[in-house]
Ligand binder design. Sequence first.
Ligand SMILES: Nc1nc2c([nH]c(=O)n2[C@H]2C[C@H](O)[C@@H](COP(=O)(O)OP(=O)(O)OP(=O)(O)O)O2)c(=O)[nH]1
Length: 148
Amino acid sequence: MRTMTTVRVVVGGALCHEGRLLAARRISPAEVAGRWELPGGKLEPGESAPQALVRELREELGVETEALERVPGEWPIKPGYVLQVWTARLLAGEPRPLQDHDALRWLAPGRTGEVDWLDQDRPAVAAVARMLEAEAGDDSPTPIPGMC
Ligand SMILES: Nc1nc2c([nH]c(=O)n2[C@H]2C[C@H](O)[C@@H](COP(=O)(O)OP(=O)(O)OP(=O)(O)O)O2)c(=O)[nH]1
């Protein structure tokens, strides 16, 4: 007999603005409280990852955003859940910790290691940090694809 397993996707947003990356400190559940993450949440049935991300960032931070590009890879969170990460751009508003978080920080390139990221977020954060650093050191007027 074959068992069907469904894995739920959690989408994390690498929200960048003026060359900095947003980190959010979780307040719950207990096992992740106090650790920093990319804000986002679980996909609802029928939603794409970019749709879920835009909805979650509106609910959690009170901002309008646009999902840009998927960061290659997928990271296990706990049994039945995987993390996918998309870069995103701020369209309107100033992020505020409305739900799930008690602190937010905009991290400049080269300073993305200053917060205690959840372990499963670290590879994606490292990839985004490399993109931010490349963009900061690039004088050409054309942005790197996928970055804001
Ligand atoms: N949002 C988010 N969650 C993450 C990240 N990394 C990570 O391990 N997680 C975990 C924490 C939670 O166990 C789970 C996501 O839950 P969530 O509470 O953000 O999802 P949600 O907003 O859809 O909430 P709900 O359905 O439980 O109400 O994934 C991350 O970068 N962003």
